[in-house]
Design a protein around this ligand. Structure first.
Ligand code: SF4
Length: 153
């Protein structure tokens, strides 16, 4: 595991536990999404291997708890990754719209998404591979597409 991961991993409990009491911490998720998407233009999936707090948690903790089974074939299908991306983004956007412009409520939406995706990543990490979630993570899919489109130019 990398030094950067040992530092970044602490952001995960800060957001999912601290965010329950102080929902504005959800904006850290927004900031990280922006950083990783811009970073994908120059460094591909560098974020995933070095800086992602959830990726670090999966490497540090779930790698010791996983059954380490092969990924389901469907996780490797591009259409399935895009389906997960569209479903998550639609869910996220609909919840933001329901927040009615309230900044605290919007922060809580991002905290909730972070909790939900972390729970899913733990279930997949324990029952399949420690980084099972990363195969279908919407942010991973977007980084792939951004770095791919940059290389094609
Ligand atoms: S795929 Fe998603 S959860 Fe995994 S390291 Fe990348 S951004 Fe983080």
């Amino acid at each position: 595991m990398k030094k950067t991961q040992l530092i970044m991993v602490w952001l995960l409990p800060v957001i999912i536990i601290g965010g329950l009491f102080y929902p504005l911490l959800g904006y850290l998720v927004v900031a990280m999404m922006a950083i990783l998407l811009v970073m994908a233009l120059f460094k591909g999936r560098y974020w995933c291997g070095n800086l992602c707090p959830r990726g670090a948690f999966l490497d540090i903790i779930m790698s010791r708890l996983t059954l380490n089974r092969p990924l389901p074939h469907i996780f490797l299908k591009t259409w399935f990754r895009w389906l997960v991306l569209v479903l998550f983004m639609s869910f996220l956007v609909s919840r933001i719209m329901r927040a009615g412009g309230n900044l605290v409520a919007i922060g809580a939406v991002f905290v909730g998404m972070c909790i939900l995706t972390t729970v899913i990543s733990i279930i997949l990490g324990a029952s399949i591979k420690h980084r099972g979630w990363c195969a279908i993570c919407p942010m991973g899919t977007l980084q792939n597409e951004i770095s791919k489109s940059r290389k094609e130019r």
